[in-house]
Design a protein around this ligand. Structure first.
Ligand code: GTP
Length: 425
């Protein structure tokens, strides 16, 4: 608990600075205070020297042949299980979201015949394992160790092929969810109604309604109406799969409420309409402010990340010593023809902040940049706090909760009101 207090204090200081800036922002006399000019120079508008991304910028090689072997992995990260019938699209989702495979290439993927484990751990906040299960897995097989498999699971993603008859999938969903829940009631159950690219809008909504209804009725019939299922319409051919995975991953980030609070404060004080904190490699957003997400904004921000990566990669200056070119000077500004500005700033090696704001409000770029620096510092402090907890037996070296047996034993949360509490200290 002491450790959390430290975190709170440190995050609180940065929040105080952000809050303090409201004052400056509202007061034009202070607008040209030396500090903001200095920060503006430091913070760096795009300087024309965007360096390249290293070729291996990513999560590393996909360990397709890696069998599940818990005993060999020293620490256990929260797990996301991908389950569903054969050919429902599980491996495609994993490859497209986390390994930059193009959707068309998934046509040539072979059927998975054993559990495939993939470590996603390069980004500081996004630390977990994905286990891709073969479609034909049999829960009643003696070799299926459900205690081990579901025990340390953070989220179970069940993929249903919406282009196919889904009755069999619904039976399997019911069987899977009830079995998993008996072992570990803390699992977040996420249902991806997948391959919706082939469906018309009406049919899409009707399928979702029908699947939702049947799945929840089946659970109630089996006496498990307390289980909550979240439904997402997904396709690897558009951004919906990234959006859905963002929501899955966010539920596994204990620091989420603190991040959301920081984004809200940043938006309020900088006249930003929407901001996303992106994991640059996967383009999943690990946090956003509390205003609703509309798909178009999310897609615009994803496209911006692609543009920045591509331009940096093609035209960037390659430095032999430090090939990692997405550095603290990385930023980008795109003005759209509808009076809106997209603004991207690097937060750390793997995270970027992408904001949408009105062009008029971007006149105060100095303030926005200053507020961004405070925001970045606060995020940094969240990391540091987490690292301070390293010695804490309830968290692993990344600060992620350690999962053990049937329960998540290290699920420590920064309280949603933490930043408020701290700011008031
Ligand atoms: N139209 C469409 N096809 C998809 C989508 N996602 C996956 N597919 C296709 O579905 C087929 C099966 O995909 P896989 O990823 O191999 O399915 P799987 O669930 O891993 O299959 P198993 O390993 O046999 O369990 C492939 O041909 C993919 O191209 C999607 O969003 N839309």
């Amino acid at each position: 608990m002491e450790c959390l207090t430290d975190i709170a204090c440190e995050v609180g200081e940065s929040v105080d600075r952000l809050l303090g800036y409201v004052h400056i922002a509202n007061n034009p006399i202070n607008f040209d205070c030396p500090q903001s000019y200095q920060d503006e120079e430091e913070g760096g508008a795009f300087d024309g020297h965007a360096s390249s991304f290293p070729k291996d910028f990513g999560y590393g090689a996909f360990d397709g042949e890696h069998d599940v072997n818990l005993s060999s992995s020293g620490e256990q990260k929260p797990r996301i299980l991908l389950m569903g019938l054969r050919r429902s699209g599980k491996s495609s989702i994993q490859k497209v979201v986390f390994h930059k495979m193009s959707p068309n290439e998934t046509l040539f993927l072979e059927s998975t015949n054993k559990i495939v484990k993939d470590d996603i751990n390069n980004s500081s906040f996004v630390q977990f394992q994905i286990w891709d299960f073969p479609g034909q897995i049999d829960f009643f097989d003696s070799s299926f160790d459900s205690d081990m498999i579901f025990g340390g699971c953070g989220a179970l993603v069940f993929v249903i092929d919406a282009q196919d008859d889904y009755m069999e999938a619904l039976n399997k969903l019911n069987l899977t969810v009830t079995k998993a829940y008996k072992v570990n009631p803390n699992i977040k159950f996420e249902v991806f109604i997948h391959k919706v690219d082939g469906l018309g809008d009406d049919f899409k909504m009707e399928s979702q309604r029908d699947i939702h209804q049947r799945a929840t009725d089946d659970l109630a019939d089996s006496g498990y109406d307390q289980i909550h299922l979240s439904f997402h319409l997904t396709s690897i051919y558009d951004h919906s799969i990234f959006e859905a995975f963002s929501k899955v991953v966010q539920k596994l980030i204990p620091q989420l409420p603190a991040l959301e609070n920081l984004l809200n404060i940043l938006n309020t004080n900088s006249a930003i309409e929407k901001s996303f904190l992106f994991d640059v490699v996967s383009k999943i957003y690990i946090a956003t402010d509390s205003t609703p997400v509309d798909m178009q904004s999310y897609e615009l921000c994803c496209d911006m990340i692609d543009v920045v990566i591509d331009v940096s990669w093609i035209y960037g200056v390659k430095e032999e010593q430090d090939p990692a070119a997405f550095d603290e000077q990385s930023s980008s500004l795109i003005k759209l023809n509808n009076g809106t500005v997209l603004y991207l700033r690097e937060v750390n090696k793997f995270l970027a902040l992408v904001c949408i704001l009105r062009e008029d409000n971007f006149d105060h770029k100095g303030i926005i940049d200053y507020n961004f620096l405070c925001f970045r510092e606060a995020i940094q402090q969240v990391f540091e706090l987490r690292n301070k907890c390293q010695g804490n037996p309830l968290t692993n070296s990344a600060g992620s909760p350690i999962v053990n047996g049937n329960n998540i034993i290290g699920d420590r949360h920064i309280s949603p009101t933490l930043t408020d509490e701290l700011a008031s200290k």
